[in-house]
Structure formats: structure tokens, C-alpha cells
Design a protein around this ligand. Sequence first.
Ligand SMILES: *[C@@H]1O[C@H](CO)[C@@H](O)[C@H](O)[C@H]1NC(C)=O
Ligand SMILES: *[C@@H]1O[C@H](CO)[C@@H](O)[C@H](O)[C@H]1NC(C)=O
Ligand SMILES: *[C@@H]1O[C@H](CO)[C@@H](O)[C@H](O)[C@H]1NC(C)=O
Ligand SMILES: *[C@@H]1O[C@H](CO)[C@@H](O)[C@H](O)[C@H]1NC(C)=O
Ligand SMILES: *[C@@H]1O[C@H](CO)[C@@H](O)[C@H](O)[C@H]1NC(C)=O
Ligand SMILES: *[C@@H]1O[C@H](CO)[C@@H](O)[C@H](O)[C@H]1NC(C)=O
Ligand SMILES: *[C@@H]1O[C@H](CO)[C@@H](O)[C@H](O)[C@H]1NC(C)=O
Ligand SMILES: *[C@@H]1O[C@H](CO)[C@@H](O)[C@H](O)[C@H]1NC(C)=O
Ligand SMILES: *[C@@H]1O[C@H](CO)[C@@H](O)[C@H](O)[C@H]1NC(C)=O
Length: 862
Amino acid sequence: MGCGFFYSFVLLLSVFFNHSASQQEPNTDFFYVYSFFQKMSSPSSLFHAVSISTHVCSWRGVFCDSRQHYVTALVLSGFNLSGAIPDTTIGKLSNLQALDLSNNGITSLPSDFWSLSFLRVLNLSHNRVSGSLPSNIGNFGSLQTLDLSFNNFMGEIPASISSLQNLQILKLEGNGFGSSIPSGILNCGSLASLDLSSNKLNGTIPLGFGAALANLTTLNLAENGFHGRSVDFVGLRKIKILNVSGNLFEGSLVELFEGPSPLEVIDLSRNRFRGHFSQVQTVDNSKFDWLRLRYLDLSENQLSGEISPNLYHAQNLIHLNLASNRFSRQKFPQIGMLYRLQYLNLSRSSLTGHLPVYISQLGCLNILDLSGNHFDGHIPILGVENLEVFDVSRNNLSGEIPAAILRKLPWMERFNFSHNNLTLCASGPISQQLLQTSFIGLRNSCPIAANPNLLSRRSGKHREVVKLIGLALTLLIFCLLVVVLLILVITYRRKKTRMWAVKQKNSYKEEQNISGPFSFEADSTTWVADVKQATGVPVVIFEKPLLNFTFADLLSATSHFDRGTLLAEGRFGPVYRGFLAGGIHVAVKVLVHGSSMTDQEAAREFECLGRIKHPNLVPLIGYCLAGEQRIAIYEYMENGNLQNLLHDLPLGVQRTEDWSTDTWEEDDLNNNGIRTWRFRHKVALGAARALAFLHHGCSPPIIHRDVKASSVYLDSELEPRLSDFGLAKMFGDDVACEIARGSPGYVGPEFSQLGPVSPTVKSDVYAFGIVLFELLTGKRPLGDDYSDEEEEENLVSWVRGLMRKNQGLKAIDHKILGIGIDDQVESALKIGYLCTADLPSKRPSMHQIVGLLKDIEPSSYK
Ligand SMILES: *[C@@H]1O[C@H](CO)[C@@H](O)[C@H](O)[C@H]1NC(C)=O
Ligand SMILES: *[C@@H]1O[C@H](CO)[C@@H](O)[C@H](O)[C@H]1NC(C)=O
Ligand SMILES: *[C@@H]1O[C@H](CO)[C@@H](O)[C@H](O)[C@H]1NC(C)=O
Ligand SMILES: *[C@@H]1O[C@H](CO)[C@@H](O)[C@H](O)[C@H]1NC(C)=O
Ligand SMILES: *[C@@H]1O[C@H](CO)[C@@H](O)[C@H](O)[C@H]1NC(C)=O
Ligand SMILES: *[C@@H]1O[C@H](CO)[C@@H](O)[C@H](O)[C@H]1NC(C)=O
Ligand SMILES: *[C@@H]1O[C@H](CO)[C@@H](O)[C@H](O)[C@H]1NC(C)=O
Ligand SMILES: *[C@@H]1O[C@H](CO)[C@@H](O)[C@H](O)[C@H]1NC(C)=O
Ligand SMILES: *[C@@H]1O[C@H](CO)[C@@H](O)[C@H](O)[C@H]1NC(C)=O
């Protein structure tokens, strides 16, 4: 502000020198403004350092009428004006319409201030004006904006405020106003925004408030001592922001959620609202528009019963806080579809049972507080990318803390796992301080990964060494060690993390004998890695041959193949998620069904597969042969697979039909436009390109043998990538015929004959056709509801049946239909039709399919 002031006066200096006479002339506006500046500016300011010679109307912040007779506006926000405004200065500016003195150090207003009857805007916010607000404020009948916020006003809000009938904005927050709201305020029918928060107001809300102030869009009464009920707000039919946080409001919420209202922000926290929250839902014909709601804070009230299932409709909610109420014991509420949530606080809400897997879909979450409930079971995989605060303290959770969360902790602002039955399996030591604040009472009995107390044990070891060498060398070596350690710690910390100490990769190799055999349980399989010494079994990472990873690193990367890191269970076996040292984010696929290949053959096969690279293939980056188990290591795909995106709906949602009324947009973060034709086309084309490459770009051609929706992944750029190519071959043709053929629903009719049939490229084409149908119809290949009189049991015969009747469009997922794309969609159906021909020889090649799909490419990808 000082700078602005400085520049304004430098500007003044540079202009002409001839108006001094008029502004010194008493009883003119210019004289009043001049005196105002002279008396309010600090003695040290430039105002006093120079003789003011330019015309007042040319000063910054001063606005005059067109003939330069009167001053009509003073906008002097942050001009470093301080002290009491004297009489015979601005109080005499009889034509003043706007006065903004905000962000200064003004302590009192002059007695002649109240005659400014033309004033339309008065902003005195962020000053130090004290004392009561005189009733004379009622003289300002033209006032539209009155902002006295953040001063030291005290006493009552004068009843004369009723004269301010043009008032649209009234902001008195952050003062010491006491007593109750004068009922005169009900005359201010034009009020659109009223903020009385953070005062000492009390009493009840004037009767008829809602009806009288029906123009209000923003109402903030927070942090006062108001008594009231939600019924007080009935009638506020334009209200968008309602904040009564920190008062003594009572009664139920029913009225609030009953009528039609455009509420977007509701903050009722820290009051005494009570009653069953689920009552809110019983109003069946409720016109409340849940979709508008962005912010809902009901925390620290006395609400009881169940959490309203209607929340489920609030799909634009960003902030939800229901903490510290008196809800009855219940399961996690149905909020799996609130994908936009950034803040979720269900602390102390009597919640029981498991944490639902679908919270992993709330990928925007910054802050998640589930503390003080009765949750049991494991911590599921979370979308941790944006997580900054994570609190699950005081629950009954068990199992290991998922590795994905542990890796994220160094970048988080706050986290708390205390008072659970959790096991901490960090891959590096954790500072004592963290153990004592964020992991209170956890078990450290993790069998494989490094023990958190490693650091202290290491120093013990050093001491032994030191003893051996003898006293003479002690000091020297000790000093050296300290220096080296310090340098190590400092550089490492700088590079990687804020609070973790050095990652002790080698140390546990030395100190712990990790001996097998190991047995692991996934959800539907149990598998055994028959290795004697985990550190003795190498993990090959093709591009990083020098890293020398072993099976022990895989154990630590996946928290000992903990279920919490389980990504999926495919036909071949479970897939886990993990981070290898160096931040390599991987998906670890265990092929549990045994293989007919020898170790050498398997290694050669993996090496071959590792060399196959294409922008639409998920890269195989390494492998490990652990006893009988062949473990494939893939680059991790951030955005899951097509199966998840198309079909795996959050819990509580049975049918895709239920989703039809929503308003998701194309750029919805978590859905990535999967509901648009453009995106689905991109996925189809990407998968087709991958297959065309395997079939026609590799020699000998590679038959995928397991093309299906769950083999098509989406990487961080949302590029489709086909996975699992070549794996079926690992099992050979004799072992598990089923596996060699493909997944149910994706297998062509040629396989239903008796006798052995070898898969060909054309069986991949058939399976691709099914995936294309899935993309187009949004339905699963088998067992979905094909909504037709004819009881079709599978997707392909349903769609082909409709197409033969020339009713193909009936099968299309209506969400992706839109102006001008029906033709493209219909052409895509035809491609699917060709791919799924009964006779393999009638099916087109993947090359041809890529060409066909390119012909119907929607104009541009976003
Ligand atoms: C603002 O005024 C005070 C005296 O009231 C003076 O000490 C201070 O230096 C001024 N600040 C600037 C930036 O001009
Ligand atoms: C008053 O001035 C402050 C500071 O310049 C500004 O933030 C606020 O929006 C103004 N009040 C109104 C009602 O415009
Ligand atoms: C309301 O506030 C006024 C002044 O701040 C105080 O005198 C009065 O006792 C308060 N009334 C109640 C019921 O708290
Ligand atoms: C709301 O404002 C409009 C114009 O701004 C006015 O005509 C109407 O009377 C106001 N409503 C009430 C209840 O005063
Ligand atoms: C409600 O008002 C209080 C006090 O001004 C503020 O701290 C709080 O953030 C407001 N709530 C919302 C949702 O803006
Ligand atoms: C959750 O809400 C409770 C009660 O209002 C509050 O004490 C706590 O700080 C909140 N947690 C977070 C992480 O904001
Ligand atoms: C925690 O879970 C155990 C069983 O797993 C149960 O016996 C115990 O009562 C639970 N404790 C709480 C506080 O819910
Ligand atoms: C804690 O978890 C372990 C397994 O992780 C289990 O054996 C034990 O019973 C649990 N204790 C309680 C009190 O739930
Ligand atoms: C974690 O929660 C426990 C139990 O509520 C508490 O004592 C501890 O201070 C919390 N730690 C942090 C870092 O918030």
C-alpha cells in the first residue's frame, strides 16, 4: 500500500502546478478532501513531503463529477490512513455517492458524517472504528452496500436500519455487536447478502424473517449466540449460501431439506440440531435439489438415527462433514458415488463394519477423517493421489497398513493410525516421534519388512565394532561416521522425503533371514512361493539390470502380498500393487496355475514378452521365478481397466439404468468421459491397434488368447493399453485348457465343438468384437439384463439379433448417443457384427478393423 501511495504522489508531482488556489479555498469539496488527506496521512508520508499542487480530481482514488465541481467517490482502500476522521472533511462532501476507506487504520467517524444522504456504497471494512453505530445510519436511505466488517463496533445494531430499504449487501461481521437482530431489518426487502457472523449477537431470529427477506442469496449468522430453528429460514427461496455455524440453533432439519431451494452451501455445524437425519429422506415429494449442493457441514450437532440415504443424490458435493453427532450404529453411508468429494469427515459417527472398497473411487479426496468409529477389517486401497490428511485413529482396524498409503505419507500434511489393531510394515525406519504421535499403540510385529526400530539397532552394532577397534580410534571413527551419516541423511532427505529416514534396503537383507516357504491368501486363491531364502531369488527388471532386486523386495513392495494391495484376481491369479525402491510403481501378477514350462523356458518367454513394445500395450517390465510361481511385473496403470470403468458400479447401485438421470460431465475426473462415444471410440481403436500389432507386427504373430474388458487398461494419460498378452502361452496347451481358450463370454463358437481347437488370431478378433459391443452397449458379455422380450443370455446374440431386425440402435447405451454420432455408433456396431461372425474365416483381420474404426473417428479427441 505504501508503494501505491508513493506512486500516486510521484504522479501528482509530474503533473501541472496550478490548482492550489481552488483546493485551498475553504468550503469546497477540494478543500475538504485536501484537509482529509492532510490530517489522516501519516506525518512521514509523501503527502507532507511535497506541496500538493495538482487538482484533487486527478488524485488517485478521487472521482469527481463531469464538470469537476464535486467529489462523487473516494476509493481509498489501503491508503495507510489512520486515526479519527475530523469534522469538516469528508462529512461535508454532500455529493459523495461511494466511499471506500477499507483496509486503513481509521478509529472513529466524524459527527458530520451522517449527512451524506446520497451515499450508495460505504465500505469501512478492516479498520479500527470502535463504539456504537449511531441510529443516524438511517439517514443513508440510498445506501445499497454497507460494509462495516472487521472493526470494533459494539452495542446494538440500530433499529433505524429499517430505513435502508435499498440495501442489498449488509456486512457487519467481525465486530462486537450485541443483543438481538432488530426486527426493523425485515424492512430491508432488497437484501441479497447478509453477514452478521462473528459478533456477540443473541436472541431469536425475528419472526417472518424468511418471508420478508426472500431476496437473500447469502446468509451468514455464524459464530454468535443465536437461538433459532431451521423453520426460521422457510421462505428464503433464493438462498444459496446458509451459514449458521457455531450458534444455539435447535430442532430438526426437515424444513431445510423440504422445500425447493437453490442451496449450494450449508454450514449448520456446532449447533443443537437434533432429530433423525434420515427424516430428511422421508419427505418423498421433497423438491430439494441435491444436485446443487456443494458443501454440507452438519458436524457437532445432536442428529440421530441413520445417515440420510438421500446424500447419495448430492453428486456435486465437494465437502461433507457429519462428524460428532449421535447417529445410531450403522454401516458406512452410501456415498460411493460422490466422486467430487474433496473433504470427507465422518469422525465419531458410530460407524461399524468394514471400510467399503468403493472409497477408493473417491479420487479427489484431500482430507479423510474416519477417526473414532468402530470400523474393523482392513484398510482398503485408497485413491491416495490427492490425499493430504488421513485419520483412522481410534477404530478397530486390523491387518497391515497398505503400502500405497505408507508411500504417500511423506507427502501428506497429517495422518493418524493410532489406536487400532493395525500392523506397520514400513520399508524404512520411521522416526520415534511419528511412532509416538501417529502410530500410537500399533503392533510392529511385521514379519518381513524392516522393523521400525532399525536405526537404534544399527547404532548398537556400531558400538560393538567400535569396541573391537580399540579406544584410540574410537573418537576418530565415530566422528567420521557421524559426518558421513549426517551427509547421507541430509542429502537423502532433501532428495526424497520430509520425515522418513534413510531407506535401509540392504540392512534388512543382512539382518533378517527371510526364509520360506511363503504362503499367501488372496480373496479366492491361496498360493505358495516355495523359496528358501527370499533374498536369494532374483527379480529381473529388464531396463534396470543393476538394481539387484529380489523376491524380498517384492514382499516389501506389496506388504507381503497383503490383501490390501490386491488390485484384482484374474484368471491367471491375483494381481498386486506395489512400489519398488526408486519409485517404480508396479502391478505384480502371480500366475498361480502352474506352468508346463521349465524355469529356463519361462525366463526366455518373459524376456521375449519384455521386448514387445507398443503405445497401446501395457509394458511388461520384469519377472520373478519364485519356486513354482511365475510372477510377471507390469508397469502400473493409473486408471484401472475397462471392466472397472464400464461395469463395476459402486456398492448400492444395482443397475446402469439408475445412473441415467445424473448430470455428470464429460470431463468428470473419475469417469474420464467413459460415458462419451468419443472416449469409447478411442478405447476401441487403441485396443484394436494393440492387437493388430501383436497379430501383424510380430513374428511369429502373437495370439493374445484372452482379450476382454479387464485386459484393457487406461494409463495415466487415459491411453488405452492392452495387457496380459502372451501369458496364456506360459501355461502351454495341455495345462488348463480353459485358460488357453479365453474367458467366458469372449470365446468364439468354434470352441464349443468337441475336440481340441487351437486358438487363432481370429479368436482374438471375436473377443475384440465382444469388447466393442460392451463399449457400445455398456452391458456385460454374459448375464446382464438385456432388457428384451426374448430372453437372451448373452450380449452377442442379443445385439446380433437386434441388428438382423435392423434395430441395432436399440442396443446402444443411450448415454453415448447424441447429435450427429448415431451414424458412427451404428457403423461401429457393424464392425462388431463382422468380428463376431460364427465362421472365423468370415471375420476381418485386426488390420482391417483398425482401418474401419479410423473411418468413423469422431472429429477430435479432447
Ligand atoms: C503507515 O503509517 C504509519 C503511521 O501511521 C507509518 O509508521 C508507516 O510507515 C506507514 N506505512 C507505509 C507503508 O507508508
Ligand atoms: C470492502 O472492501 C474490502 C477490501 O477492499 C473488500 O474485500 C470487500 O469486498 C468490500 N466490500 C464490499 C461489500 O464490496
Ligand atoms: C444478549 O446480549 C446482551 C448484550 O450482549 C446481554 O446483555 C444479554 O444478557 C444477552 N442475552 C442472553 C439471553 O444471553
Ligand atoms: C426483492 O427485490 C425486488 C427487486 O430487487 C423487489 O421488487 C422485491 O420487492 C424484493 N422482495 C421483497 C420480499 O422485498
Ligand atoms: C461460516 O462462517 C464462519 C465464520 O465466518 C466461517 O469460519 C466458516 O468457514 C463459514 N462456513 C462456510 C461453509 O463458509
Ligand atoms: C472433523 O470434524 C471434527 C468435528 O467437527 C473436527 O474436530 C475435526 O478436526 C475434523 N477433522 C478434520 C480432518 O478436519
Ligand atoms: C474390535 O473387534 C474385536 C473383534 O475383532 C471385538 O471383540 C471388539 O469388541 C471390537 N472393539 C470395538 C471397540 O469395537
Ligand atoms: C488383532 O489382529 C490380529 C491379526 O492381525 C488378530 O489375531 C487379533 O485377534 C486382533 N486383536 C483384536 C483385539 O482384535
Ligand atoms: C492421533 O490420535 C491420537 C488419539 O486420538 C491422539 O492422541 C494423537 O495426538 C493423534 N496424533 C496426531 C498427530 O494427530
